[in-house]
Design a protein around this ligand. Structure first.
Ligand code: GLN
Length: 472
């Protein structure tokens, strides 16, 4: 019997290569675990029917010595990344039955490395949400307390890894959708620098903010998955060749900046702050230098995000017109068909954001909202550029509270949006960031996980991984 609970990619790699277990045995153990738990947790929308065949191919690769880091490693994929021949819906009714006609670049990379795709995971519809409750297909539960949300929008991927239904998973992060669910579920979640990982084959939410990244149980594993999926891609012109940005962190004592003014926000759970201070003390004890810093524009990130993101959403989702993809509802003419298809196919949160986006881009308002938001975004970015001349990392809690209850924030979108207050700034400034588990708080007899959030300079993922390893 393989002990999934204590398994990591690093350990699985050794066991697969030494023949202690095969990829088929490992995949079967995960399938058994999914069978046992997915009914309750609902991390997966679909478990693929060719998992064992994929694992067999991985075993052949291992036997022939063609071993890559991810060969035979069972992974779960968020339902907004295309896999050729598999359904992919972004957890939306409008794409029910939509089959991918090609592989996303991240999928192609993992496939050629021999990774085993277990299935596609639940998410907020088109990645819009912080709780996975806006999925058109049902709610995912937090494995640490099934009365609570797993976070979102990549809640299914986080829950799959946290409940040993996958060894690693991919999610996408536009404003926090990898890091926030990772924190809520007690695992590691990482958002790469914008342009480090190809978005080709990822269904776009807000193209200037979206990045694909890993969920894993350890920081070391996150680094391995990141290395496997990163790289410049001719199919995504926003990807950057990794060697053009010099590494600045080699060998020196790492300085961590704490944005104190930002931490005094109201709505921050005092237990979260206490846990944060303790974690920072631990890092200090390990030789890190801790400095209070001021990032005066950081507090405008969320407001700015809720202008730029919906603007991009409204334009990206215009392609779902009932003619080219998925659901098609016949109307009296073309325009009526568009309206009927979109009204029936999209859920409430998606419609809210499309309307908001169309509004901030409309003639007469674009200058007041959209263009001003772009200016604010530039100031936020400059704030970070300035501060990264003084420090190597910025640390905050990942979320202002531990996981909340299912249904608790569904009728209060503004409260829901606040869950991303600490994660959104990294997307606005295109910076890499990671959430690392750093303890729990006890609530109603359950240990609810918390995350430490580290933001690093552009393309300096290394310093973040190194520090993350010192926390876990
Ligand atoms: N929760 C945020 C939102 O709803 C972030 C979503 C994401 O990162 N995909 O916009």
């Amino acid at each position: 019997m393989i002990d999934l609970h204590n398994l990591t990619i690093v350990k699985a790699r050794k066991s697969l290569d030494s023949g202690e277990f095969t990829a088929v045995e490992l995949a079967q153990t995960y399938l058994d675990s999914i069978k046992e738990k997915n009914g309750e947790i609902f991390a997966y929308l679909e478990v693929f029917d060719d998992v064992l065949e994929q694992a067999k191919r991985a075993d052949e690769m291992i036997k022939s010595g063609k071993i890559r880091t991810m060969t035979g490693i069972p992974v779960a994929i968020k339902d907004n990344m295309l896999i050729e021949g598999k359904e992919s819906t972004s957890a939306s009714k409008i794409l029910k039955g939509h089959i991918g006609t090609y592989d996303a670049t991240v999928i192609a990379k993992l496939k050629s490395d021999g990774a085993v795709f277990l299935g596609r995971t639940n998410m907020d519809e088109f990645a819009m949400g912080s709780s996975t409750e806006t999925s058109a297909y049902g709610k995912t539960k937090n494995p640490r307390d099934t009365a609570r949300v797993p976070g979102g929008s990549s809640g299914g991927s986080a829950a799959a890894v946290a409940s040993d239904m996958a060894l690693a998973a991919l999610g996408s992060d536009t404003g926090g959708s990898i890091r926030q669910p990772a924190a809520f579920c007690g695992i590691v979640g990482m958002k790469p620098s914008y342009g480090a990982v190809s978005r080709f084959g990822l269904m776009a939410m807000a193209s200037s903010l979206d990045q694909i990244g890993p969920f894993t149980k350890t920081v070391e594993d996150a680094e391995l998955v990141f290395e496997a999926i990163r790289g410049c891609d001719p199919m995504d012109s926003t990807t950057i060749p990794e060697n053009i940005v010099p590494k600045i962190s080699a060998g020196k004592k790492i300085k961590i900046g704490i944005p104190r003014d930002f931490l005094s926000m109201k709505g921050l759970d005092p237990r979260v702050l206490e846990n944060f201070e303790e974690t920072i003390k631990k890092l200090e004890g390990k030789g890190y230098e801790i400095i209070d810093v001021s990032l005066p524009y950081m507090k405008y990130s969320l407001a700015t995000y809720y202008i730029i993101m919906p603007a991009e959403v409204s334009s990206n989702l215009a392609r779902f017109d009932g003619i080219r993809f998925g659901l098609s509802v016949q109307g009296s003419d073309v325009s009526d068909s568009y309206k009927k298809t979109r009204a029936q196919g999209f859920g409430e949160e998606v419609r809210r954001r499309i309307l908001l986006g169309a509004y901030v881009l409309s003639a007469g308002y674009a200058d007041a909202y959209y263009r001003n938001a772009l200016k604010a975004r530039k100031l936020i970015r400059k704030d970070f550029e300035r501060i990264f001349k003084e420090v190597d990392l910025i640390a905050t809690p990942t979320t202002p509270s531990p996981a909340f209850k299912l249904g608790e924030k569904m009728n209060d979108p503004l409260q829901m949006y606040l869950a991303d207050i600490f994660t959104v700034p990294a997307n606005m400034a295109e910076l890499p960031a990671i959430s690392v588990p750093c303890g729990t708080v006890n609530e109603e007899g359950k240990e609810l996980p918390l995350g430490l959030h580290l933001i690093a300079p552009y393309f300096d993922e290394d310093v973040m991984f190194k520090t993350g390893r010192d926390i876990s």
